[in-house]
Design a protein around this ligand. Structure first.
Ligand SMILES: NC(=O)c1ccc[n+]([C@@H]2O[C@H](COP(=O)([O-])OP(=O)(O)OC[C@H]3O[C@@H](n4cnc5c(N)ncnc54)[C@H](OP(=O)(O)O)[C@@H]3O)[C@@H](O)[C@H]2O)c1
Length: 316
């Protein structure tokens, strides 16, 4: 199977980081990649995260569909991965699977990202010798696709969890599926949390210094990031960890990506293509599939290893 990612510009600067030869017919498309014999492309649409979330939803969705059709018709792509906020604006990818002109498979890549996020939380706590049973967790974006799966997997391990969203009515489904000691809120009340996981569709940084407890650990999965580098500089006590990054032994030319690393979501679609798995993975994450992606990650060596903050190793 041939794979492609569909991303977008994170901000106005992203375009400058891309080689000019990657821009074709209003789309971003990389040269063909070869990962262990499976071929594919990185691709994207030319709009920023802010525009993704503020332009009319129908117009943004049309751009994503146009990109999927371009990849299908011009590059014979079989499976597309919805990168960054393209999942958020397509109802978790379900909208794209309903478009009859697109015949391929759709994967949001969030299953392996959620798995790696949980691994990251466990790993950073073991590095600092802290037991989650003694700690308070906050998940920002808790009923989103990644947030929901991460909540199911790690809330039971913490002393207390604060699950944060924007719409109280959207917590119903999550509350029914969770065990453990937790509260839900639409207020950004992370200031008492020892560990904060961000997985939001907010298109810019969200957490300021005032939102963070002394020595807080923040696993920032969001792209664009929810905890900016200037807050990290102002708060050296805070440990920000890049969420959703894995080792990737095959060079992959993602602008801004630390060498040898890749997003877990991109690794997931590449693993799907390597496995020739002809299925959609959209909407809520099936935990069995999440665990399968972890097994694939072990098989291909796309693993969480060193923890980084904006690409710099944290524990040397
Ligand atoms: N690092 C990686 O490898 C990787 C991989 C995949 C995705 N991501 C990133 O992970 C994030 C989440 O992705 P997803 O697919 O799970 O998206 P999603 O399903 O759209 O979930 C995002 C959630 O964030 C909530 N939200 C938005 N703004 C918020 C705010 N100000 N306060 C609290 N909650 C807020 C949304 O609430 P409403 O539903 O009420 O709007 C939504 O439920 C995105 O930033 C994406 O780019 C990273």
């Amino acid at each position: 199977m041939k794979f492609a990612t569909i991303g977008h510009l994170l901000d106005e600067n992203t375009l400058r980081q891309l080689p000019a030869s990657w821009i074709q017919h209003d789309f971003i498309i990389s040269p063909e990649l070869d990962v262990y014999g499976t071929k594919g492309h990185l691709s994207g649409i030319l709009i920023t995260a802010k525009a993704m979330m503020t332009q009319p939803r129908s117009a943004v969705r049309q751009k994503i569909l146009d990109a999927a059709l371009f990849l299908q018709n011009e590059y014979a792509v079989d499976v597309v991965q919805l990168g960054a906020l393209t999942t958020s604006v397509t109802n978790g990818g379900k909208w794209l699977t309903d478009q009859h002109q697109y015949n391929g498979y759709v994967n949001h890549g969030d299953s392996y990202t959620a798995a790696v996020t949980c691994q990251t939380v466990r790993k950073v706590l073991s590095m600092v010798h802290r037991d989650p049973a003694d700690l308070t967790l906050a998940i920002v974006g808790a009923y989103g696709i990644i947030g929901e799966a991460v909540s199911k997997l790690i809330v039971p391990q913490f002393s207390h969890s604060i699950l944060i969203g924007r719409d109280q009515s959207k917590f119903d489904k999550l509350e029914k599926s969770l065990t453990g000691n937790f509260e839900t809120t639409v207020k950004l009340v992370t200031q008492n949390a020892d560990v904060v996981v961000t997985a939001t569709s907010h298109p810019t940084a969200l957490l300021g210094s005032e939102h963070l407890k002394k020595n807080a650990i923040v696993v920032d999965v969001s792209q664009p990031v929810n905890l900016a580098i200037d807050v990290c500089r102002a708060r050296p006590d805070v440990c920000r960890v890049d969420g959703g990054l894995v080792d990737f032994p095959v060079p992959i030319p993602i602008p801004g990506m630390p060498p040898g690393k890749n997003f877990a979501c991109i690794a997931e679609v590449i693993m799907q293509a390597l496995k020739e798995e002809k299925q959609h993975h959209v909407g809520s994450i099936e935990l069995d599939h999440l665990h399968l992606t972890e097994a694939w990650g072990i098989e291909y060596g796309f693993l969480l290893n060193e923890l980084t903050n904006f690409g710099t190793p944290i524990f040397q």
